[in-house]
Design a protein around this ligand. Structure first.
Ligand code: NAD
Ligand code: MN
Length: 359
């Protein structure tokens, strides 16, 4: 059988609970399929490592990851480590060094899950957000002068490059072309943000001219956020900058039932470097250690990894098993209004693998 070498970074908090759940589900899918198997290598990096060594990962951490077929990450973040330290010490260097410039985030209401939006079902909420993942508002460029004085000035730059915006737009248009709705919506704010966002809009229009078969529209980010709530059925593919995509997808996760469900793929589409798969939620210190974290976001991220590794049918089967566990078995963690533990939810999904038809 083909062997996929996966670097596994559970990270912090509930990462230690949901990552083992995903490994169990992935092993079960591989055993059913028979044509491939996994070799998982674990890396104990994150905030505990930081508190011991002053670094989120070893100095050669990125070199250690480079040769893997993919990276499966839980989450990072710890109450006694500043969030910008954990983010810039691990997650952002991986995304940037490996040019994972696409952050693909499905917003899909699964069967068996209730949306907080009244009367909305799975047919109404089924779209995908393409978040720019390498530049934009998440920059390290800026400065702080006269700290603590009445004259204090703080500046943070946003950096948008033609190469960076063109490649995310191209990816989004290609995806929209294959999406049933054939619609691409762009998140902008070109009224208030007068350099970067008009540029973003300009590249969007240039690219739209090359994809006449894709319907396009754009909304200011504030109006777009409202539209996620009022018209979720409108959307096919949504493209947004690093910050806008981040905010929109927590909202997307909320309308799809829970932040504990939502998956993501950090893709290097050219496949020069490993891609990374992680749920969109964080380390959830408020529930860490209780055994009640929803493992679905992590397991679904594993399903996206299967697709990336060339096993789309196995990925669809795993997602079908997740839906079967939620809808037919009715097993749900507390964030979804149920009382199942992480373990019970995981077992229900693994058992459901046998009951769903091979898609
Ligand atoms: P969070 O996603 O960790 O938690 C937000 C809320 O959602 C909490 O109430 C939490 O209990 C709940 N929640 C999240 N995941 C859940 C799950 N799987 N099952 C059930 N409930 C779940 O966001 P936050 O509280 O803003 O951040 C906590 C820490 O995580 C911070 O240190 C932050 O920097 C970090 N963080 C990391 C990532 C990442 O690693 N990619 C992403 C977001 C936040
Ligand atoms: Mn986020």
């Amino acid at each position: 059988a083909q062997v996929h070498r996966i670097a596994v970074i559970p990270g912090d908090g509930i990462g230690h609970e949901v990552v083992p759940a995903a490994l169990e589900a992935l092993e079960a899918v591989a055993a059913l399929d028979g044509s491939f198997r996994f070799a998982f290598d674990r890396f104990p990096w994150g905030c505990d490592h930081y508190l011991e060594t002053g670094r989120m990962m070893p100095p050669d951490g990125l070199e250690q990851l480079r040769g893997y077929d993919a990276i499966l990450l839980g989450a990072v973040g710890h109450p006694s480590v500043p969030d910008h330290v954990s983010l810039w010490g691990l997650l952002l260097p991986i995304r940037r060094t490996f040019e994972q410039y696409v952050n693909l985030r499905p917003v899909k209401l699964l069967r068996g899950v209730t949306s907080p939006l009244r009367g909305r079902g799975p047919d109404d909420i089924d779209f995908v957000v393409v978040r720019e993942n390498n530049e934009g508002e998440y920059s390290n460029a800026g400065g702080r002068l006269f700290a603590g004085t009445p004259h204090e000035i703080v500046v943070q730059e946003s950096i948008f490059t033609r190469r960076g915006v063109e490649r995310i737009m191209r990816f989004a248009f290609e995806l929209a072309r294959r999406h049933p709705k054939r619609r691409l919506t762009s998140a902008t704010k070109s009224n208030g943000i007068s350099y970067t966002m008009p540029f973003w809009d300009e590249v969007f229009r240039e690219m739209a001219a090359r994809y006449p078969d894709v319907a396009t529209d754009q909304f200011h980010i504030d109006a777009l956020a409202a539209r996620f709530v009022t018209h979720p059925h409108h959307f096919g593919v949504v493209v947004g900058s690093n910050l806008f995509g981040d905010i929109l997808t927590d909202l997307g996760a909320a309308i799809a039932g829970s932040i504990g469900i939502a998956p993501s793929a950090n893709l290097n589409p050219e496949r020069q470097y490993p891609s990374m798969f992680e749920p969109i939620h964080g380390s959830a210190p408020d529930i860490a250690g209780k055994g009640i974290a929803n493992p679905v976001g992590q397991i679904w991220s594993g399903a996206m990894m299967l697709e990336h590794l060339g096993h789309p049918r196995a990925g669809r089967r795993l997602l079908a098993a997740i839906e079967h566990a939620l809808a037919e078995r009715g097993v749900k963690t507390p964030d979804l209004g149920g009382s199942a533990t992480t373990r019970e939810m995981t077992q229900a999904i693994v058992r459901s693998l046998d009951e769903v038809p091979d898609p």
